[in-house]
Design a protein around this ligand. Structure first.
Ligand code: DGJ
Length: 544
């Protein structure tokens, strides 16, 4: 064969989609609601993120065991630059081969986490040949010209090298998974940004800082001072952190774009949070990772990195108001809510109801494997089965209906809540004009206010209630939840009464299987969901 033909044939072999390939995972948005389509239908990611160092073939057993116990359907797994390109230009994707093969055997989907230039802002996952060559792969410089521990987003060679290996990774992925689509999404870098320094002050960065702010940024991120000009002129006291966000987003977007050109999978970035309750947000004072995808620079990321679909929050604050605020701020018509990390302490499990009820694409507790590495104080003090159990209970409830739930969420029919730190009643406006009134720490009988002894059910010492409700028909709702008393009542758009409440489950064909009808004492004090999650189908009747 002539050389040109050979090259053309090889190229066609890598670019062609295999025959009988499953449809590629993709994100869709309609009327502000989002879905991740997998095999052509909405998919709910009940995720489990492995610990950082579990990305080796021999480690996987302890990951699959915990993911299975958690009833997760998706595992989030790091793939590190240092492991796939230990010597420059020599790629080793053997871990990926094993990972994908075993994930299929385990009936799990995957989300790959690309740990490269930035991992929790630092460069620890770059290969030695990168770490040891500061001249070619420069660090950020502070105002005095002193190197910082982060790589500079203006390091052209760093970008080139990171991009080259990422493209090789995506090409390999296409080759081994372009038919079955075990991998659903790719996270590009991990918690990018910089602690302790607001931006790069090296000459190349300084020169860019003095340039006019790119029009696409001004168009999305509202100017604070002048309508146009350089970063300081347009954004005043916020100029440094916005500039750094732009520089990092541009770098990441560049890598994502090149990767998607060879294998087009949804891509996202994850961010360490800034305080979502500080409103309006003050300029950076060393209180968060500058340049990272914090909520108030989502627009800068959207402008500078259009190949990144989602800016996602890593939730490690235990404060219920802060968690709610973050979910609200990261969920936008142009940004699907996806929680790739949430602490693995028991108290976080109830937030799965809130997130999935809000229509999130999925949630993944962090540190789900049996490496006996406890994530306290960010997460659980335990690293065994008891750490997994609270999440297993919730995922176990959603697992049989995950496809259906994702479809309802995409149609905007779902709502959700988690018990607040104040333990106070809450209410959810439901489609059709009904309202769900939620109270916590109740017994199954009567109201707490009538209970002179003020005793509470065991196990409710800490907030643990959560409920997700889907409208499944006219005036008909599916309730999934735990440790919550629910009353559905008339609201602004409806008045009436509860006609029927059935406890049951869905079979594997998605058909409702009634176990019993709740009536009498089981409904007179509201619908009391206790420690074990259950499913209720509730039919309301409009007033006669
Ligand atoms: C957030 C990071 O994204 C994770 O990789 C991990 O380091 C956790 N923090 C802490 O366990």
């Amino acid at each position: 064969m002539k050389k040109t033909f050979l090259i053309a044939a090889l190229l066609a072999a890598t670019l062609a989609t295999p025959v009988n390939a499953a449809e590629a995972p993709r994100l869709v948005q309609r009327d502000g609601h989002h879905a991740l389509l997998v095999d052509g239908k909405p998919f709910l990611m009940l995720g489990a993120q492995a610990h950082n160092s579990s990305n080796y073939p021999k480690a996987l057993g302890k990951v699959w065991a915990a993911a299975a116990d958690a009833h997760a359907n998706t595992v989030l797994m790091p793939v590190a630059w240092q492991q796939v390109e230990p010597h420059e230009g020599q790629f080793d994707f053997s871990f990926l081969d094993v990972l994908i093969k075993e994930a299929r055997q385990q009936d799990k989907r995957l989300v790959l986490l690309w740990f490269a230039t930035w991992k929790n802002t630092g460069g620890s996952y770059t290969p030695d040949w990168v770490k040891l060559n500061g001249k070619r792969f420069p660090s950020m410089l502070d105002r005095d010209g002193k190197p910082n521990f982060c790589f500079s987003p203006f390091g052209e060679e760093t970008l080139k090298a990171d991009k080259r290996v990422f493209v090789a990774l995506m090409a390999h992925l296409k080759k081994i998974d372009g038919d079955k689509r075990t991998v659903l999404m790719v996270q590009v870098e991990n918690e990018a940004g910089t602690y302790g320094l607001v931006r790069d002050f090296a000459p190349a960065a300084q020169a860019a800082f003095e340039q006019p702010v790119p029009a696409e940024v001004v168009a999305r991120q509202k100017p604070k001072a002048a309508a146009s000009g350089n970063w300081r002129e347009v954004y005043g006291d916020y100029a440094d952190e916005y500039f750094h966000a732009w520089a990092i987003a541009r770098y990441i977007g560049n890598i994502a774009k090149a990767g998607r050109a060879v294998y087009d999978l949804p891509m996202y970035v994850n961010g360490a949070l800034r305080d979502a309750l500080e409103q309006p947000p003050k300029p950076w004072q060393g209180n968060f990772a500058s340049g990272g995808p914090v909520w108030d620079v989502i627009d800068i990321y959207k402008a500078a990195a259009p190949s990144i679909d989602i800016i996602a929050p890593d939730i490690y604050t235990a404060d219920s108001e802060a968690i709610k605020a973050n979910m609200r701020l990261y969920q936008r018509p142009d940004n699907a809510l996806w929680v790739p990390e949430i602490g693995n302490a028991e108290g976080y499990a109830r937030w799965i109801y809130a997130a999935l009820g809000r229509g999130a694409l999925g949630v993944a507790p962090f540190g789900i494997d049996y490496f006996n590495y406890a994530n306290f104080p960010l997460g659980s003090k335990r690293a065994d089965k008891t750490m997994v159990e609270p999440f297993a209970r919730v995922f176990g409830a959603f697992r049989p209906i995950q496809r259906q739930w994702a479809q309802w969420a995409f149609e905007g029919r779902t709502r959700g809540a988690a018990e607040g730190d104040d333990r106070k009643p809450q209410s959810l406006d439901l489609p059709g004009g009904w309202v769900a009134k939620l109270t916590y720490r109740q017994w199954q009988f009567w109201d707490l206010a009538w209970d002179s002894k003020d005793e509470r059910p065991a196990g409710t010492e800490q907030p643990g209630g959560g409920v997700a409700i889907a409208q499944i028909g006219d005036d008909e709702f599916l309730i999934v939840g735990q440790r919550t008393r629910v009353r559905i009542e008339g609201g602004a758009g409806a008045s009436g009464f509860m006609l029927r409440a059935e406890e049951g489950s869905f079979d594997d064909k998605g058909r409702w299987q009634m176990e019993r009808v709740w009536n009498g004492d089981q409904v007179d004090s509201g619908l009391n969901l206790m420690a074990e999650p259950i499913m209720l189908k509730v039919k309301m009747a409009r007033a006669r």
